[in-house]
Design a binder for this molecule. Structure first.
Ligand SMILES: Nc1ncnc2c1ncn2[C@@H]1O[C@H](COP(=O)(O)OP(=O)(O)OP(=O)(O)O)[C@@H](O)[C@H]1O
Ligand SMILES: [Mg+2]
Length: 214
């Protein structure tokens, strides 16, 4: 059974890369960030290599890579380019490893004058995991995100809550969004492969990740 996952989030800076590193380590997956902006400040691919302690060969090159730390539609425009979703194809992985893809920002981030990150997610057809903050405000953001994904026909596997544990918010998200909380990542002092694998072991629902090695 395919265990490919697309990691999106309720916002930028919410913890998608940390969650992706955890999933890459636990599932022994290949990482792919098809659209990366803000490359002057570093790329998520490099961060994943460091956090999950994987070689470059276990990552795929970005399809679109831009320097300014702005929304993809604007970064492309500033570069005199246009992001074409038809050019972003899910790569075949020869090793048979699952693929973990990470979006840029949230689902309604524009990528050109007519498409959003949501359209890329639907075109790729991968099951989606939503990274959400655990703190106040998350119910609204998460329900909006899950609603948009579902209305567009995406398959939402579940939500991962990131930050200090808040069971009331987790319960509310599961009830009102209709998708389960499949994991949580506490506030971490140090983030390493060992720590991420331990978080997966303790705080993730193994039934949602049948191919996990951890
Ligand atoms: N559970 C956590 N504990 C401690 N720090 C965290 C945790 N999750 C994320 N962070 C930190 O928060 C910052 C943002 O996280 P991250 O880069 O994963 O967000 P993102 O959603 O991938 O952002 P972007 O939209 O830029 O891709 C990083 O500095 C990261 O190390
Ligand atoms: Mg990221």
């Amino acid at each position: 059974m395919s265990q490919d996952l697309f990691v999106t989030g309720t916002d930028t800076n919410v913890g998608k890369t940390v969650l992706s590193a955890l999933l890459v380590a636990a599932l022994d997956a290949v990482y792919w960030k098809p659209i990366q902006t803000g490359a002057t400040e570093g790329t998520d691919r490099r961060t994943i290599m460091k956090l999950a302690e994987i070689p470059a060969e276990q990552t795929l090159p970005e399809t679109y890579l831009f320097d300014p730390p702005v929304s993809p539609h604007l970064a492309a425009r500033l570069a005199g380019a246009r992001i074409d979703l038809a050019r972003i194809r899910k790569p075949a992985i020869a090793s048979g490893r699952p693929l973990v893809a990470e979006g840029a920002g949230g689902v309604l981030v524009p990528v050109n004058d007519s498409d959003f990150m949501l359209d890329l997610i639907c075109a790729l057809g991968m099951p989606v995991v939503v990274a959400a903050r655990s703190a106040l405000g998350t119910i609204n953001h998460t329900c909006l995100t899950v609603g948009a994904l579902r209305d567009a026909g995406a398959s939402v596997k579940g939500v991962v809550a990131i930050g200090a544990e808040n069971r009331n918010n987790e319960e509310a998200i599961a009830t009102y969004s209709g998708v389960p909380i499949i994991g949580r990542i506490p506030q971490l002092d140090t983030i390493s492969r060992r720590v991420l694998l331990e978080v997966f072991r303790v705080h993730f629902d193994r039934r949602a990740f049948p191919v996990a090695h951890a």
